[in-house]
Design a protein around this ligand. Structure first.
Ligand code: ADP
Ligand code: MG
Length: 463
């Protein structure tokens, strides 16, 4: 890989940004190993043509050794930070024509100078959270479009602060980190910091203990973009709130970009100063909701792809239909499925999917009562509630009762017998039969499947 270079570009802003991002990613992928410090921080980025990132090594560097021992890490980091299929090429200084060196050095010095007095900050971003692997759908269209626009024109966008809220596992962290990753990749901002509110609180407390609050204040008031996750965590923490209030104002007045997430809208954040919440509202407040069925399918397919797992469309459909708590559960179920099938060296089939999906349902929905489920089924199929619990065997009634039993089995922790009793039966085998009948139909009957999907959703809303 140490072929002579034909022409050397002077490193522009974007090469440097790509390089910084790449090195930072190396750090993140191999934390604590100092690989980045030992090897990569000694190299200098030269050019990037969209395919090959070219870097210059000191004459004494063991380039081949580096490429051999860290080849996988390099490939992975490049893929996360710069793009798929990008390669790293390293040239040694003795292979660079003499006359090109001075210009290079001067340019690099100049670029370095522009950063004087600005010690680097650790962005703390997860390279996996990007826009290109964030699936868009009805549930998040506006939130994603506005997030992209912030990432494209940070600090000049009217969406400042950018505030996104929504339930746990709906994709807030991924989205706000995608903004940070993108501005670092394009190089439009340098000092980007992501921090969870919990970390913010802990760092603040630690700084009080060690009498270094000025350092803390200095760090957070001197960033170009502050991404603060889960700010509902500040509730009840008065001193941190005061500190955050000042940080916010100082950044806001300096025209720096502020990005916030929370599990609830600003008006529901108790304890937060009204001057703050009204400022939030002056930027952009947007909500993420539970992705709809199509988006859930797309997310599963994308994630399966990333894990190079091929999934039968029926499995994807089954998971997307039955796991509608949040995206985290959806992914969790998928990853468990993949892991189990690898472990057992067996293909992922519907049986396995059933087992895994069941594990995800009851714990999330422990608070759904059998009565809520019975009412929802009675409403949905227009069958009087009392009939459901009666011994009647009319076809529609029996059918609705089976569905209700099936959903109770899926969503609650009640025993088979407990479920049977709720529907006026003594024998748990009635429930087993109901579950099996419904599951069989779900796999074969598209219309029925979407009925169940609707029902599950309406139950979720009433839970
Ligand atoms: P939250 O912060 O709202 O609790 P996260 O951002 O941590 O949720 O999302 C949970 C998981 O789901 C993450 O692994 C994330 O990558 C994934 N995820 C959420 N929404 C999407 C989406 N629209 N497309 C792809 N992955 C998503
Ligand atoms: Mg989160």
């Amino acid at each position: 890989m140490s072929q002579p270079v034909r022409s050397l570009d002077v490193p522009g802003e974007s090469v440097l940004a790509h390089w910084e991002n790449f090195v930072r990613t190396i750090d993140e992928l191999a934390p604590g190993k100092k690989v980045a410090d030992i090897w990569f921080r000694k190299l200098r980025p030269l050019s990037f043509d969209g395919q090959v990132l070219l870097a210059l090594a000191p004459p004494t560097a063991f380039v081949d050794y580096l490429l051999n021992t860290h080849g996988d890490l390099i490939r992975q980091a490049l893929q996360h930070s710069v793009g798929k299929g990008v390669e790293l090429s390293i040239v040694k200084r003795d292979n660079v024509p003499e006359d090109q060196l001075p210009a290079l050095e001067a340019e690099q010095l100049q670029l370095a100078d522009s950063n004087v007095g600005q010690e680097p900050v650790k962005a703390n971003l997860n390279p996996r959270y990007r826009f290109d692997n964030y699936i868009e759908g009805e549930s998040n269209r506006f939130a994603v479009a506005s997030a992209r626009s912030v990432a494209e024109t940070p600090t000049t966008t009217p969406f400042n602060p950018y505030f996104v809220y929504g339930g746990s596992g709906y994709g807030k962290t991924h989205l706000i980190q995608a903004i940070g990753n993108q501005v670092l990749r394009t190089g439009s901002l340098r000092r980007v910091v992501y921090v969870t509110s919990e970390q913010f609180v802990n760092q603040f407390i630690a700084s009080i203990k060690t009498k270094r609050t000025t350092d803390f204040t200095h760090l957070y008031r001197n960033v170009d973009m502050l991404i603060l996750d889960d700010i509902q965590f500040f509730t009840g923490k008065e001193r941190t709130l005061t500190e955050f209030f000042h940080t916010f104002n100082s950044l806001y007045q300096a025209g720096k970009q502020i990005i916030l997430s929370s599990d609830r809208p600003p008006r529901d954040l108790e304890d937060l100063d009204e001057r703050l919440t009204s400022r939030f509202a002056s930027g952009l407040v947007t909500e993420l909701t539970l992705p709809d069925y199509e988006t859930r399918v797309a997310i599963l397919e994308k994630r399966a792809d990333e894990h190079r797992a091929s999934l039968d469309p029926r499995i994807v459909d089954f998971l997307a239909t039955h796991i509608c708590t949040n995206v985290r559960d959806l992914e969790g179920a998928l990853l468990q499925l993949i892991a189990q099938s690898q472990f057992m060296r067996a293909p992922i089939d519907l049986d396995l999917a059933h087992q895994v999906a069941r594990k995800f349902a009851p714990t999330r929905r422990a608070q759904v009562s059998m009565e809520t489920i019975a009412e929802a089924c009675s409403r949905y199929y227009n069958i009087p509630l009392l009939d459901l619990k009666d011994r009647g065997r009319k076809k529609e009634v029996a059918h609705t009762r089976q569905v209700a039993m099936y959903i109770c089995h899926k969503l609650t922790r009640h025993s088979l017998r407990g479920i049977a009793l709720h529907y006026g039966r003594r024998d748990h085998s009635t429930v087993i039969h109901a579950v099996k009948t419904v599951e069989d139909r779900i796999t074969g009957d598209q219309v029925f499947r979407s009925e169940i999907d609707d029902l599950l959703r309406s139950i979720e809303l009433h839970a």
